[in-house]
Design a protein around this ligand. Structure first.
Ligand code: ADP
Ligand code: MG
Length: 704
């Protein structure tokens, strides 16, 4: 029997959250810290000392012996170096110590993190600085091994961001500032801050560990590089929302408990479309907390899976022929008063404000579709985007018919019927009461309005949500900046007319980005081309758009990323792509040489032997001969393709220029590896099961 748990009791029990702070900090310290958190003011060392001491006591009571500055380098993962609290005493013992300085600042030797030329190795120092807007928490890595984790930003000696958190925090500042300006111009006198909120839905696969352990491709690259499709895939649509198997349910329960302890509000869990595919979604939160939490979600999924002899695959496309995994970034803006700015609302005045914010999104996404696409450009996503289950590589917005009609009506300057003189007419009097739950969902859109938020579905399942969130926040900042300037110029008396004009202009200039139809259809590809929308098919191509002069201007204007930071990131991501594809290619070569070819050769020996025996005994051994011919043909072909692949890897490595090298890996190495796969997969379908050296798709996807 599993123990009964009290969720309200365990939720956040490993978090140094507001409740704990209130309980354990002196009143004035608590107030000073809250002010820092809410208003972004600097924290005095005095306050930090008191907080550190309370945090340490709390952590030790809960079993912690170590602390770590937990940060998010450009690897896309998290980093931690554990320091114990011990400090020697004169009598040969130790006391447990943790100072304000240790809490607020760290200096990890950072020479081995990617920096893209921002920090040469001899100046290896990187600095971590406490992000007190994301609460400290405890992580348990093995029973009894508890570590106090302090979320931190990671910068170079010269203050350049070396991580994903720093620009995310900067982009949140930017969007807050511009959104507040817009609200003030619209007459809101009380709002002080606007935060971007995110709820990331996380898709993943689970397979039995015993199969995983037999596949080098899964172990080193996270996806299957070979594997013939089994007789069954996802065509029966019997997995999506299907009943959850006991073994998976046990995993999910454990996962929930672990996440809840860390204050992560795991809310929804279900079977996804592909066999062995699942999803979890938390309740949305402030973007930087959501980003921290999503990292913990991925890490915890992988850890908890192992406890159940399962392996969690977070790769975007672990199996060919069935759906890949993504991350749906649900995004919105919330005011300091708790109002969701993308909530259509019930009264016309609110609708007017809503339409202004929706217009900002239309402007932003149309102008900067290339950067949004770039933010999703990782090697795994190349295999997913554009495949028939995934959003295509073309960015468009789904608005739903009703909202599109309203926006188009305003664009055409349709005279708005005034319901009452006192009611504002920002072109909003014409608004029907929008249904609160916009059920008119379009599952094929990469950027969909879903009732009171936008859902960005292009993000890869293994990626940090910081990148896409940074881009959305920044491009929306620019649009809101422009809108605020127009509203401020128009002045109070012309605010409604100007608002209407803003919506109209947004639709006229950028309405082409709205598409409510089927994004998977060929017709859309042609239509998008006609509309002039970019169709950026690969990550390598997309990444370039992060560092164009136009991108530099935008990100510098809103102080999110500097030219140097953008260029170094571009370089790091290209290098990452190259390394990733190289690992895959090397694994493919090894598997073919050491596993597949020997197995097939053995099969040909068996066949040859049988044929020889049969000849002596009786008949002509027709079937065996035919099979031997077929197997030998494929074997020869595979051996030749293996040579092509090895040569392609060698040639690509020799290219000096990093962009050209990345292109060579994409155009030559990836292609050669997939050609080779075709032969191996064909061989799999005719080789006896007992000779095949690795588990099949059917094993991995259905034996759970
Ligand atoms: P779906 O039908 O797409 O699964 P849900 O209503 O379950 O939609 O929501 C998906 C995610 O969107 C959840 O993580 C939820 O918390 C998040 N979400 C809801 N409202 C907002 C918001 N205002 N801002 C950001 N995310 C939100
Ligand atoms: Mg969703």
């Amino acid at each position: 029997m599993t123990k009964q748990i009290d969720v309200t009791e365990i939720f956040g029990s490993n978090v140094f959250n507001d409740r704990v702070m209130k309980e354990r900090l002196p009143k004035d310290t608590y107030r000073a810290l809250k002010k820092t958190i809410q208003e972004g003011l600097p924290l005095s060392l005095e306050v930090a000392n008191v907080v550190a001491s309370a945090m340490k006591d709390w952590a030790i009571e809960k079993g912690a012996t170590h602390y770590t500055h937990w940060f998010q380098p450009l690897t896309g993962r998290t980093a931690e170096k554990h320091d114990s609290f011990i400090s020697p005493t004169e009598d040969g013992g130790v006391i447990m110590e943790f100072s304000g300085k240790q809490l607020t600042q760290g200096e990890p030797d950072a020479s081995s993190f990617p920096s893209g030329g921002l920090r040469s190795t001899f100046e290896a120092r990187g600095y971590t600085a406490w992000d007190c807007t994301s609460p400290a928490f405890l992580k348990t890595d093995a029973p009894g091994n508890v570590t106090l984790c302090i979320p931190t930003a990671f910068c170079s000696y010269t203050s350049e961001a070396l991580d994903k958190k720093t620009p995310l925090l900067r982009s949140m500042e930017a969007v807050s500032k511009q959104a507040v300006r817009v609200l003030k111009a619209l007459g809101n006198k009380t709002v002080t801050r606007v935060t971007s909120t995110v709820g990331p839905e996380q898709e993943y696969f689970l397979i039995d560990k015993k199969y995983y352990d037999q596949r080098l491709d899964l172990i080193v690259s996270g996806r299957t590089l070979f594997g013939a499709s089994g007789p069954k895939g996802q065509e029966l649509e019997d997995q999506y929302f299907g009943a959850i198997k006991d073994r998976v349910a046990a995993f999910m329960r454990d996962l929930d408990v672990e996440l809840w302890k860390m204050g992560i509000s795991s809310k929804t869990k279900h079977n996804e479309v592909a066999p062995a595919q699942y999803e979890m979604a938390p309740i949305f939160s402030t973007t930087n907390i959501a980003a921290d939490h999503n990292q913990l979600v991925m890490e915890t999924m992988q850890k908890v899976a192992l406890r159940h002899d399962l392996v969690c695959l977070l790769h975007e496309k672990p199996f060919a022929g069935v759906n890949g995994s993504g991350k749906h970034n649900n995004w919105s803006l919330a005011t300091s008063e708790g109002v969701n700015l993308l909530e259509p609302g019930r009264t016309p005045a609110e609708n007017g404000q809503f339409l202004i914010f929706v217009s900002a999104l239309i402007m932003a996404v149309d102008r900067h579709a290339d950067k949004l696409r770039a933010s999703c450009g990782n090697p795994g996503n190349d295999l997913r985007l554009g495949a028939n289950e995934a959003p295509p590589a073309i960015i468009s917005i789904f608005m739903g018919e009703e909202l599109t009609e309203i926006l188009e009506g305003i664009a055409k300057g349709k005279k708005v019927a005034n319901r009452s003189q006192s009611v504002l007419h920002v072109g909003v009097d014409s608004l029907p009461q929008l249904p609160k739950d916009n059920t008119d969902r379009n599952r094929t859109s990469p950027f969909a309005f879903t009732g009171n938020k936008f859902e960005f579905r292009m993000v890869g399942s293994s990626a940090s949500i910081s990148g896409p969130s940074i881009v959305i926040n920044t491009i929306v900042s620019e649009a809101l900046d422009e809108i605020a300037t127009r509203l401020e110029k128009a002045g109070k008396h012309h605010i409604y007319k100007e608002s209407e004009a803003i919506v109209r202009d947004a639709m006229k200039k950028h309405g082409r980005i709205i598409f409510n139809g089927n994004n998977y259809s060929e017709i859309w590809v042609a239509e998008a081309k006609k509309r002039g929308l970019p169709n950026i098919k690969t990550g390598v191509e997309a990444l370039r758009y992060m560092a164009t002069p136009e991108a530099v201007k935008l990100f510098e204007k809103y102080k999110v990323l500097s030219r140097m930071e953008l260029h170094s990131r571009y370089e790091i991501y290209l290098e990452h792509y190259i390394k990733h594809v190289n690992i895959e290619a090397q694994a493919a070569v090894q598997m073919v040489k050491k596993q597949y070819l020997p197995a097939v050769i053995k099969f040909t020996q068996q066949l040859a032997k049988t044929i020889g025996q049969l000849k002596v005994a009786a008949g002509p051994a027709k079937v065996q001969k035919e099979l031997l011919g077929k197997v030998s043909g494929l074997l020869e072909s595979a051996a030749a393709k293996l040579e092509v692949l090895e040569a392609a890897i060698k040639k690509a490595h020799a290219i000096q220029d990093v962009e050209k090298r990345a292109e060579a890996f994409r155009d030559k190495v990836v292609v050669a590896a997939s050609d080779l796969r075709a032969d191996i997969d064909a061989l799999e379908t005719i080789t006896p099961l007992e000779l095949w050296p690795v588990p099949s798709y059917a094993d991995m996807l259905f034996k759970l």
